[in-house]
Design a protein around this ligand. Sequence first.
Ligand SMILES: Cc1cc2nc3c(=O)[nH]c(=O)nc-3n(C[C@H](O)[C@H](O)[C@H](O)COP(=O)(O)O)c2cc1C
Length: 187
Amino acid sequence: MIKIAIIIGSTRPGRVGPSVAQWVYEIAKQRSDASFEIVDIADFDLPLLDEPVSAAYHQYSKPHTQKWASKIDGFDGFVFVTPEYNHSTSGALKNALDYIYAEWNNKAAGFVSYGSLSGARAVEQLRPIMAELQIADVRAQVAFSLFTDFENFSVFNPDPRHADEVNAMLSQLIAWAGALKPLREKK
Ligand SMILES: Cc1cc2nc3c(=O)[nH]c(=O)nc-3n(C[C@H](O)[C@H](O)[C@H](O)COP(=O)(O)O)c2cc1C
């Protein structure tokens, strides 16, 4: 069974990320072609990158890095739930991506974003990062507008049409996560 992590990309107090991730999870768990788990970066207390050696060398020296690496290692693919901060993703998500390397390789990812332009710019910034991490990012994405999918820009109340978009994104993600399995097994 393909295992997909739905990763909450914001960590600040009062964030809306968890409600978006939970909504995606409720749709995802109705599927029978993969299993899903919400992973909250905030639970890992990752400081700003404090590893002396680049993650590509796989010499993780800190307990928080090892804990994060071991969590991510268990998945075949990822749904990154990203806010848009200053036309990019959050520092917290970028930091969490930078911390490890091999655990991301030859896996697949899809994106769920939110913001005033539905977080589209955050996802555009994430796509080249995926290439460097050797993550295959799928075309279909889900984008929520702060104006129409939230009340007062803070209470998540999405247009129901997004449920079909979640499933379209997940179908591509699960297919690619499965297709890359032979490469992961070569590790
Ligand atoms: C530091 C910061 C920068 C932001 N910059 C943008 C931005 O460039 N574009 C945008 O659409 N929204 C921006 N916003 C608004 C966020 O999209 C909105 O606050 C959203 O709820 C953030 O996600 P979170 O609640 O999960 O942290 C910004 C918010 C913060 C805190």
